[in-house]
Design a protein around this ligand. Structure first.
Ligand code: FCB
Length: 453
């Protein structure tokens, strides 16, 4: 039977992970402490006080994991580098053993004909640098450029696809503004500074990557949701503007040469997050941040229905779907595939990136192995199928979407949720580190083979 949904010939099918979430070996072979090591070792920060000390033990089992990728037929694999594994103190002396790990990983991926996409910063920065102020300090940008230089000199001959930062909004707001993520600070004035230094270091890193990796394509990954107002009231509509400004436009606008959005500057001033205005922005910074890139990476998971408790917005109609597993994943995130079509159209229309990748999308369901050892995770498969249809519609409509990375290859440490959430195509038994391909992985394999379904 012919496919109902066929993707363009060169469409890239992949899966994604991040160093802290899978590697474990937090203090092995000369690795330095990361902010996430420190944060998870602080009691009360993470559900069940889980840590990434062992995680999915990928540092030891990476060959097996590449075997799983081959089994699924992945064409690309997005992973991140643990900065403190390579530069234990953040700057200065290179830990050759750490670098060798990534060298071997890249070689083995290429041998397996899997294209590596490397994320330089997926959050686990060296604790030493945090002690010097972390992303809230401008010196962090120099450290990031040095680190980028070390990595791209070592891997740039073989890795072509580079992502500077993963979800800088989450780092700035959840890490520095709200204290839900490492480093656990609770001050939006630090958050705004962190955001600026993340963006600045992105722009500074782009030419360094290009010079060490001449055929490189470089981008940044931003998180985006499909935000809708719960009612047509002014308050709810304004809350959507504000939320989108904070979580998306504050990052996308500067990267695409528009500077910081003025409505959000006003909001941040009102909330006291800019006590000295934009004093951390130095002449030339905004041009550096706007250094042209080759692609934009988007992480999309869900729709957000935004409500306020303002006085002019009653009655409220909450029109989300029924609270069943079919429509809501175990993260408490709504499955809303039309939102993926929506964000792709909106981002392409608003910013015209040359190319887009979905660098993350997926669903958390804890479906476990049955007596036979099979994992019948049909809710995940349904989530994926519906989102692939949405992606296909976006491509038909003219969005230059070049590939898709499913979050995640394997079950892993889900940040503040610890091991309670499972996003993997592959089940991980954390006691034995045994891996089992879930039904969704078998389905994904067929999709990749047929380039559609
Ligand atoms: C994203 C993160 C990723 C993963 C998913 C579920 O925000 O980039 O590491 O935890 O959420």
């Amino acid at each position: 039977m012919a496919n109902k949904v066929t993707f363009p010939e060169n469409f890239l099918w992949g899966a994604a992970t991040a160093s802290y979430q899978i590697e474990g070996a937090w203090d092995k072979h000369g690795k330095g402490e990361s902010t996430w090591d420190r944060f998870t070792h602080t009691p009360g920060k993470i559900r069940n006080n889980d840590t990434g000390d062992v995680a999915a033990d990928h540092y030891r089992l990476w060959k097996k994991d590449i075997g799983l990728m081959k089994k699924i037929g992945l064409q690309a694999y997005r992973f991140s580098i643990a900065w403190p594994r390579v530069l234990p103190a953040g700057r200065g002396k290179v830990n050759q053993k750490g670098l060798d790990f990534y060298n071997k990983l890249v070689d083995a991926l290429l041998k397996a004909e899997i294209t590596p996409f490397v994320t330089l910063n997926h959050w686990d920065i060296p604790q030493k640098l945090e002690e010097a102020g972390g992303w809230a300090a401008r010196s962090m940008t120099e450290a990031f450029v040095e680190y980028t230089d070390v990595i791209t000199r070592a891997l740039g001959d073989r890795v072509r696809n580079w992502i500077t930062h993963n979800e800088p909004a989450v780092v700035a707001w959840m890490g520095y503004g709200m204290g839900i993520h490492a480093p656990g600070l609770n001050d939006y004035s630090l958050g705004v500074r962190a955001a600026h230094h993340l963006l600045l270091s992105h722009g500074q890193a782009v030419p360094v990557i290009r010079s060490n990796s001449p055929t490189a394509e470089v981008g940044i990954t931003l998180n985006i949701a499909w935000n809708v107002a719960a009612s047509n009231s002014r308050a709810d509509r304004d809350a959507v503007r504000s939320n989108d400004g904070e979580w998306f436009r504050w990052f996308a606008d500067p990267v695409y040469g528009r500077g910081y959005p003025s409505d959000k500057i006003d909001d941040f001033k009102k909330m006291g997050a800019l006590p000295n205005g934009l004093d951390f922005v130095q002449p030339g910074d905004m041009d550096v941040i706007a250094t042209p890139t080759d692609f934009m990476g988007l992480n999309y998971y869900s729709r957000h229905i935004i409500r306020t408790n303002g006085t002019d917005n009653d009655p409220q109609i909450v029109f989300s779907q029924p609270r069943t597993p079919e429509h809501w994943t175990e993260m408490g995130w709504e499955s809303y595939p039309d939102g993926l079509l929506g964000v792709l159209g909106r981002v392409y229309f608003d910013y015209q990136p040359l190319k887009l990748y979905i660098t993350e999308n997926g669903a958390s369901y804890s479906t476990s192995p049955d007596e036979k050892g099979d994992v019948h995770d049909e809710h995940r498969t349904n989530y994926l199928r519906a989102h692939f249809v949405a992606m296909h519609r976006a491509i038909q409509a003219g969005v230059p979407l070049a590939g898709y990375f499913l979050w995640s290859l394997i079950d892993n440490f889900e940040w503040s949720h610890g091991y309670a959430q499972r996003f993997g195509l592959v089940w991980v038994d954390y006691e034995t580190q045994k891996r089992i391909l879930k039904d969704s992985a078998k389905w994904y394999k067929r999709v990749i083979r047929k380039n559609g379904f």
